[in-house]
Design a binder for this molecule. Structure first.
Ligand SMILES: NC(=O)c1ccc[n+]([C@@H]2O[C@H](COP(=O)([O-])OP(=O)(O)OC[C@H]3O[C@@H](n4cnc5c(N)ncnc54)[C@H](O)[C@@H]3O)[C@@H](O)[C@H]2O)c1
Length: 434
């Protein structure tokens, strides 16, 4: 065998495994499986059984995406024994105190450590703070395997940039950052990823640089959205439409294109906490990043409160009010409800004893019930005092004022258009947007 893992992989003398087959892991596993032999490993047997039947449990891929692939899906650790290149793509959530929860990542590192052999490669893809791979994951690999990093096995880090629901920016057509333990391993890892990323790879000089690059991509987005959210609060007080202002300012070449809204999900609203945690350990207390998080995390409550004020301004008793919220997922056109901030709008309304109905064409009522204790109604009624369009799902874009009015109890109905989808189209309903 040559000492090139890349050559072994393309000659099918070695196998690649992806550990954790979620939004990130499954697409990359299937892409690799068009070129080389792949083992798809996940601890969740139910999900593995679905994938064996060409079903993506995350609802992002079609069953045809499983065609022409050489992949074995398994929840059995023994199936990893003859693998030489491991890609780890397990979740990196935060706990109730907004601190990194490394349990899945360290668990996956232990799984790999148990089967690690001399000459093997491990590439982490999960989003982490700079230093996590070398300080937290590699010691677990060493302890479990009894092998030495750099002498016996190599490690890399390659962050993922896929964007659920986005069919334009895909794994194949977005440049991927890669990094490795040294020049040789970097080259091997880069060539391996070049097999599947048509847009090519960016070779980062160190693992820490690659980790930091990913975490700032999402932190920058979070802070920028927070600024626009804050501006929208100011403009509301000044009675200026935020979207009108953004459209005008956007005509300047270097004005950045961000819009106000809820920041939920498991990336943008979570990743900055990994960086603030690491910064604190290093003796620096972050300010701008924390402020951004605070503003974005407050938006659901703010929207709820604004809705209450609008209903009161129509002369109604708030305790008798009935509100319909359209959209439950964390963003448009996906089924993912994790860390959805729509629930904050609902909590705020309920704290005023408002009756709230929630509908969503993409979300699962059972999952909403399990996660938040709020199920979905099958069909909206026609007696609402306010309708909040919280998520800009494609199903809502073409709703007319007549459609929206038909859901309202009377002519005093309030339309809360969180994403400004109906700007300029509403003439008679009381209209409010961020
Ligand atoms: N979803 C995105 O859009 C996105 C984009 C870029 C980066 N990321 C990052 O990629 C990582 C993975 O995110 P995701 O959205 O794919 O997560 P996910 O929740 O969709 O999937 C994770 C999968 O890992 C499995 N898993 C959990 N612990 C495991 C373990 N110890 N061993 C094996 N499998 C295990 C779960 O069963 C699940 O199938 C995270 O760090 C995330 O921040 C996600």
């Amino acid at each position: 065998m040559s000492n090139s893992i890349y050559n072994q992989l393309i000659n099918k003398e070695a196998k690649l495994a992806v550990i954790g087959l979620g939004y990130v892991g499954l697409p990359i596993a299937l892409e690799f499986a068009r070129k080389i032999s792949v083992v798809g490993f996940d601890i969740n047997q139910e999900r593995v059984d679905m994938m064996k039947n060409n079903i993506d449990p995350s609802n992002e891929l079609e069953s045809s995406d499983f065609d022409n692939t050489e992949i074995v899906f398994t929840a059995n650790q023994e199936d990893l024994a003859d693998v030489n290149f491991y890609v780890v793509a397990v979740p990196t959530p935060i706990d109730d105190a907004n601190l990194p929860n490394l349990r899945p990542l360290l668990g996956a590192s232990a799984t790999v450590g148990k089967v690690l052999k001399k000459g093997d490669y491990v590439v982490f893809e999960s989003t982490v703070y700079p230093g996590c791979t070398e300080e937290d994951c590699i010691p677990v690999l060493e302890t479990e395997s009894g092998l030495k990093y750099k002498e016996d096995f190599m490690v890399g880090y390659s962050p993922e940039r896929i964007n659920p629901g986005d069919k334009v920016h895909t794994l194949q057509n977005v440049v991927k950052v890669v990094s490795g333990s040294d020049d040789h391993s970097l080259e091997e890892i880069a060539k391996t990823y070049e097999l599947v990323v048509e847009a090519g790879v960016h070779r980062a000089p160190t693992i820490k640089v690659a980790e930091a690059a990913k975490i700032i991509e999402n932190t920058q987005r979070d802070v920028n959205i927070a600024l626009i959210n804050e501006l929208s609060i100011i403009f509301d007080k000044l009675k200026i439409n935020t979207y009108d202002v953004l459209e005008a300012a956007g005509t300047k070449w270097n004005f950045l294109n961000f819009s106000p809204g809820l920041v939920g999900g498991h990336c943008i609203g979570v990743d900055p906490y990994y960086l603030t945690h690491k910064a604190k350990q290093a003796g620096y207390h972050t300010k701008i990043i924390n402020s951004g998080r605070y503003v974005n995390d407050s938006m659901g409550f703010y929207i709820g409160k604004q809705t209450v004020k609008k209903i009161l301004a129509r002369g109604k008793h708030i305790q008798d009010a009935k509100v319909l919220v359209l959209g439950a997922t964390f963003k448009e056109d996906v089924t993912d409800i994790r860390n959805s901030k729509v629930i904050d709008i609902i909590s705020e309304l309920k704290s005023f004893q408002v009756h709230v109905d929630l509908a969503d064409p993409h979300a699962s009522s059972k999952e909403m019930e399990n996660e938040y204790g709020v199920g979905l109604i099958p069909e909206p009624t026609n007696d609402y005092d306010a309708v909040i369009v919280a998520v800009n799902h494609k199903e809502y874009k073409d709703l007319t004022e007549t459609d929206l009015r038909a859901m309202m109890k009377d002519d005093l109905g309030v339309l809360v258009d969180v994403k400004g989808m109906y700007k300029g189209k509403i003439k008679n309903l009381e209209y409010w947007s961020l």
